[in-house]
Design a binder for this molecule. Structure first.
Ligand SMILES: NC(=O)c1ccc[n+]([C@@H]2O[C@H](COP(=O)([O-])OP(=O)(O)OC[C@H]3O[C@@H](n4cnc5c(N)ncnc54)[C@H](OP(=O)(O)O)[C@@H]3O)[C@@H](O)[C@H]2O)c1
Length: 273
C-alpha cells in the first residue's frame, strides 16, 4: 500500500499531490496503521456477500459496515474468509450505537463474531449524537447535541485543532448521492445532476460519480462509496488519472452555498433546529 501525502488543504495543493496517489494509497494514521483512502461503503445490499466478494476481487481493502446494516457484517465475514485475502491486508470498520458502556461492549463482541475476526481496524460511534433508544425519532435533545457537537468542531477548527495537521483521517460517506437515491424526496438533493458536476464530467469524459469522488479526494478526504454493482465498484477506483481544474473544484465546492444540500440531513444546525 502507498502511504498518502497529507494534502495541505487547497485544491491546487491537492492536485499537486494527486499524481502520487492511486486507488491503493493509504493514509498514515497518527496512532499507527495505514487506512486505505478508497474504501467500500458496506451498507444494506440485496446480496451483500456477492457484493463484498466482488469488491475484494476488484481490489477494495477497506470495507465500512455496521450492526445496523442488516446482514452486512455476517456477509462480510463470509466473503473475506473465503476470498483468500489475509486479514492483515484488510481494514475493517464497524460501529456501535450510542447505547451506553455495557451495551457498546456487547455490540462490539457481536460484530467481531459476525465478521469472523478478533479485531477491528476502526470502530465508530453510529452516529456521534445522542440516541438514547434505537430507532427513536430524533428528539430535541438529539438535535441539541448535534448542534453542540457541530459548534465544538467549528471551535476546534478555529483553534487550529483540525485533523489534517494531526494525522487524523477525515472520511466522507454518501458522496455518491446515496441519500438522494435512497429517499428521492427532494430534487434539490440531486447533487450529481448539478451543472458544475455535469460540466466537469463532460470535460473529463467521466461520470458525475467519478467527478464527485475525485473532488472529495482533492479535498484531502478518504472516501467509502457504496456500490453493489461490479462496474460501479471498478469505476469508483478510477479516480487518479485525471485532475479537476482549480475553477472546476471551486465551482463544485460552491454548491455548498446554494442551500441545504446535505443528502443525509446534516444541514446547517442553526437552520435545522
Ligand atoms: N457513519 C455513518 O453514520 C454512515 C451513514 C451513512 C452511510 N455510511 C457509509 O457510507 C456508505 C455510502 O453511503 P451511501 O449509502 O449514501 O451511498 P453512496 O456512495 O452515496 O451511493 C450509493 C449509490 O450509488 C450507486 N453508485 C455507486 N457507484 C456508482 C457509479 N459509479 N455510478 C452510478 N451509480 C453508482 C450505488 O449503486 P449500486 O449499489 O447499484 O452500485 C448506490 O445506489 C454506506 O454504505 C455506509 O458504509 C456511514
Amino acid at each position: 500500500m502507498v502511504p498518502m501525502d497529507v494534502p495541505s488543504g487547497t485544491a491546487a495543493a491537492c492536485n499537486a499531490a494527486a499524481p502520487t496517489l492511486n486507488a491503493s494509497s493509504t493514509f498514515s494514521l497518527r496512532e499507527g496503521g495505514e487506512m486505505p483512502i478508497v474504501g467500500l461503503g458496506g451498507g444494506i445490499f440485496q446480496d451483500a456477500e456477492s457484493a463484498f466478494a466482488s469488491a475484494l476481487e476488484v481490489g477494495y481493502r477497506l470495507i465500512d459496515t455496521a450492526p445496523k446494516y442488516g446482514e452486512s457484517e455476517a456477509a462480510l465475514g463470509r466473503a473475506w474468509t473465503t476470498s483468500g485475502v489475509p486479514r492483515s491486508e484488510l481494514f475493517l470498520t464497524s460501529k456501535v450505537g450510542n447505547v451506553g458502556y455495557a451495551a457498546a461492549l456487547q455490540s462490539l463482541e457481536a460484530s467481531l463474531a459476525k465478521l469472523q475476526t478478533t479485531y477491528l481496524d476502526l470502530l465508530l460511534m453510529h452516529s456521534a449524537v445522542h440516541q438514547p433508544v434505537a430507532k427513536q425519532p430524533r428528539s430535541k435533545l438529539h438535535a441539541e447535541n448535534r448542534l453542540a457537537t457541530w459548534k465544538a468542531l467549528l471551535e476546534a477548527r478555529a483553534a487550529g485543532k483540525y485533523a489534517r495537521e494531526k494525522g487524523i483521517a477525515l472520511q466522507a460517506y454518501g458522496g455518491g448521492g446515496g441519500g438522494w437515491q435512497l429517499w428521492k424526496k427532494d430534487p434539490n438533493l440531486d447533487l450529481l445532476g448539478r451543472a458544475p458536476i455535469t460540466a466537469a464530467a463532460k470535460a473529463h469524459a467521466r461520470s458525475p460519480h467519478q467527478i464527485s469522488l475525485r473532488w472529495q479526494i482533492e479535498q484531502g478526504l478518504c472516501i467509502i462509496p457504496k456500490a453493489a454493482t461490479r462496474a460501479h465498484q471498478i469505476e469508483n477506483r478510477i479516480l487518479f488519472d485525471f485532475a479537476l481544474s482549480e475553477s472546476e473544484a471551486e465551482a463544485i465546492g460552491a454548491l455548498r452555498s446554494e442551500g441545504p444540500l446535505s443528502l443525509y440531513g446534516f444541514r446547517d444546525p442553526d437552520e435545522y433546529l
